[in-house]
Write a protein of this length. Structure first.
Length: 222
């Protein structure tokens, strides 16, 4: 009797179920898609945060640069103010006792200007070695500076409309240092003695909700 040897089906071939490469199930695909979506959202938020931080830092840097230019220009105007002998007709002593030097005047803001103080300075040299009037004041939320044309005879031409130099200003004020009294807000007709120092104070709106940022520049007088 012949004996027959039976071989298993698909011998020599990998079993499609056991030895073949298995695919992904629907649940695995959905989980992978969900993970990719989460990673994408996190990456987008991270990039958005970096961009916002960069923009915030750039705005702060631009504002700091503008503030430094304003304070520097204020100090330059003060340093180049006309001496009392020029404004008092060559007299060695002031004819009228005053709190500030003759080249400086602090008064209330004019009509159309935001409430507060305004600073007028007679300074030089303008083109041609002439004197000129400069005015600083707050207009809305901006600090403005205006300069008149130069002149060699008084009264000098009034300053023009001026230009905005700094935004976000919520306060602009001056105080005089009176020996024996301390800092006195200006304008003050009762200050009495002559001031030996002038403080110029700028109040800027905070970038976020919070108290205003205060900057002061103190100039020694006379």
């Amino acid at each position: 009797m012949k004996r027959h040897t039976r071989f298993p089906r698909h011998a020599g071939r990998p079993d499609g179920r056991a030895g073949g490469q298995a695919g992904f199930t629907l649940i695995e695909v959905l989980v992978a898609v969900a993970l990719l979506a989460i990673v994408s959202v996190l990456a987008w938020r991270g990039l958005d945060s970096v961009v916002r931080t960069r923009d915030h830092v750039q705005r702060d840097a631009d504002r700091d640069d503008a503030l430094l230019r304003v304070l520097g220009q204020l100090q330059l105007d003060m340093q180049m103010r006309a001496p009392d002998t020029v404004l008092d007709g060559g007299a060695a002593d002031a004819v009228v006792k005053r709190v500030l030097p003759a080249a400086l005047r602090v008064d209330a803001a004019h009509e159309g200007e935001r409430a507060g103080a305004a600073l007028d300075i007679v300074r030089g040299p303008a083109p041609g070695g002439r004197w000129q009037r400069v005015r600083w004041w707050r207009d809305g939320d901006a600090l403005r500076r205006a300069a008149g044309t130069g002149g060699d005879a008084f009264p000098l031409p009034r300053p023009g409309a001026g230009v905005d130099l700094l935004d976000g200003v919520v306060g602009f004020s001056m105080q005089a240092w009176i020996p024996g009294r301390g800092w006195v807000p200006l304008p003050d007709s009762d200050a009495g003695s002559t001031a030996t120092g002038l403080a110029i104070e700028l109040r800027l709106a905070a970038p976020a909700a919070g108290p205003a940022q205060v900057y002061r520049r103190v100039v020694a007088l006379p």
